[in-house]
Design a protein around this ligand. Structure first.
Ligand code: MLT
Ligand code: MN
Ligand code: ZN
Length: 295
């Protein structure tokens, strides 16, 4: 299996267009600190095809940035075979609209996420005149086979609905993805509201894990002044503190352990922040854009 990290930021990106916080200002001064919205490309072999995990508002730039994801000269044949969604949040789904030039777009998600996209964003209705949009359901605990020898399974992590879908009924609104290749396995979990035994089990025998690094501490959304809720109340366990994920991540046997989906208020957006050394002591890193792994 090949994995390419396409982006590592939470909703808004770094910098966020209307934000002058330390992280955003730092990224304007130091372009190498910029982070696009969190996403991965995965493939069963180096020859592709590729699947993208989440379709961010940066998707077409993320595709253009890497030769592997661009079409061959001459035709209109993209090596992109489909989109796998962890949730229906806007930072993970707005990119679907940018794929309308394709003759077909194939989406894999839970039933709740598809319902949100269809009823709330009207994705199917809007895209139908442009492209052949097809959907396959990711059922709780069931593996789906992908082209190139990959298998993917959803692990429910929370029932938190996007704000635009607040009236929708309960369901698996946010999942972690377990992806297995012929050799190697990966768990991608950009939102973790609760480190459940089921999630822990999947994380415990994966070769490579990417987990929710949205906020460094639980009070961060409040101290930064953009929300009255804590990180946990927003559906993201913080990295540090009593409910923090760092200790659990440190104990996982995975060869590669990364945080991703960083909010622009997270001190880790500054590469010189002392928090990096704390994580490094436990073998944990912040995922970098463009990184290629072969778990
Ligand atoms: C999240 O990760 O919790 C969502 O993307 C928040 C949002 O952008 O509304
Ligand atoms: Mn998000
Ligand atoms: Zn900011």
């Amino acid at each position: 299996m090949r994995v390419r990290v396409l982006g590592t930021a939470a909703g808004g990106g770094v910098p966020q267009w209307n934000c002058g916080c330390g992280g955003c200002a730092g990224a304007r001064r130091h372009p190498e600190r910029r982070r696009s919205h969190a996403s991965l490309a995965v493939s069963g072999s180096s020859a592709g095809p590729w699947y993208v995990v989440n379709a961010t508002p940066d998707l077409t730039d993320q595709i253009e940035a890497w030769a592997d994801l661009r079409p061959e000269p001459g035709g209109r044949r993209s090596p992109l075979a489909g989109v796998i969604l962890t949730d229906a949040e806007l930072d993970h789904t707005l990119g679907l609209f940018q794929l309308r030039e394709a003759s077909r777009v194939s989406v894999l998600s839970t039933a709740a996420v598809w319902r949100g996209l269809s009823n709330g964003l009207r994705v199917h209705e809007v895209l139908a005149p442009y492209t052949d949009l097809s959907w396959r359901e990711l059922r709780d605990g069931e593996s789906v086979r992908l082209d190139g020898g990959l298998r993917v399974r959803a692990v429910p992590v929370s029932g938190k609905r996007p704000r635009y879908a607040a009236e929708e009924r309960a369901g698996h609104w946010s999942v972690a993805l377990r992806i297995d290749g012929e050799r190697g396995s990966l768990v991608y979990a950009p939102a973790i509201a609760d480190w459940s035994p089921e999630l822990d089990k999947e994380l415990s025998d994966a070769d490579c894990v990417f987990v929710d690094g949205t906020f460094w501490d639980d009070q961060e959304p409040r101290t930064a002044g953009f929300s009255r809720r804590t990180a946990t109340q927003m559906g993201h366990l913080p990295i540090s503190g009593p409910s923090g994920t760092a200790g659990r991540l440190a104990r996982l046997p995975a060869r590669h352990r990364f945080y991703t989906h960083l909010n622009n208020t997270n001190p880790l957006t500054d590469p010189d922040a002392p928090q990096h050394a704390l994580l490094a002591a436990d073998g944990i890193e912040v995922a970098a854009e463009g990184m290629i792994l072969e778990p």
